[in-house]
Write a protein of this length. Structure first.
Length: 263
């Protein structure tokens, strides 16, 4: 269903028993709500699963940026309002995890628990120069030039050798991202400054990162883990950035335990 919130049409999907606890899923840059197919299909029998595509991703509309995490978190709240959802668990990966942190700060009363995967609360050293260059490249040449470089960062070497369907699926998601969506979300990422704010997060939090993730490395997840009191940190072996698609069995198992512990 397309839901109009905050002046933009956003693609959403709500599945599962009507009276079950809600889990909201927020995907990475250059993906869409289908990036959560594996987790959603596993959870939807016991939970009400809400997922959506970010501005300019999937079937969602876009407006020119820059976007901010306040804006992106308020999109989530508005979608939940549309479906009359008062409280929810939140699972976010990459920029979705950044949105989750901001959502936890802005709407603590809505949050039952939080999962932050493959994410950041501040830019790693040396990353500040990366984002303006990526934005310039996409604005000048379109999104296709990001496909191969994204795939090489997102999956551990050899992970897709025997998974051609996943390889094709993810490449299609990247190509389906609009220039405005990529640019606006990238501008939010390059301005991220949550490190000194997230100690205020009181929701039970699980932090997940792949051992091979170079874009949002273990050190970045360790900072989030240290800053959020009593959070738990899980490192997935032989996994890179897109851990939920690359290692769905392991990823889903940790999420399910976390949700059960915070029922």
């Amino acid at each position: 269903m397309i839901v109009t919130v905050n002046g933009v049409d956003l693609e959403t999907r709500l599945e599962g028993p009507e009276n079950a606890p809600v889990v909201t899923l927020s995907h990475s840059l250059c993906c869409d709500l289908t990036a959560w197919d594996e987790l959603a299909n596993e959870l939807k029998h016991e939970y009400r699963v809400l997922r959506y595509s970010l501005r300019g991703h999937g079937e969602s509309g876009s407006v020119p940026g820059p976007y901010t995490f306040r804006m992106l978190a308020s999109d989530v709240a508005a979608i939940q309002d549309h479906y009359d959802i008062k409280t929810s668990h939140f699972v976010g990966l990459s920029i979705g995890g950044m949105i989750g942190q901001k959502f936890a700060l802005m709407y603590p009363e809505r949050l039952k628990s939080l999962v932050i995967s493959s994410s950041l609360c501040e830019l790693p050293e040396g990353a500040a120069a990366v984002w303006p260059e990526r934005i310039r490249e996409v604005q000048e040449n379109g999104i296709d030039g990001q496909v191969d470089s994204s795939m090489s960062r997102w999956f551990a070497e050899g992970a897709l050798t025997y998974r051609p369907d996943l390889d094709a699926r993810v490449r299609a998601m990247i190509r389906g991202t609009s220039v405005d969506g990529y640019t606006g979300c990238s501008q939010a990422i390059q301005a991220i400054e949550l490190v000194d704010l997230i100690p205020a997060i009181k929701a039970s939090t699980l932090v997940i990162v792949g051992r091979e993730d170079m874009g949002t490395p273990i050190a970045s997840s360790e900072i989030i883990h240290r800053q959020i009191e009593e959070s738990k940190l899980v490192i997935l072996e032989d996994a890179s950035h897109q851990a939920a698609m690359e290692k769905p069995d392991e990823f889903n198992a940790f999420v399910r335990v976390h949700l059960a512990e915070n029922a």
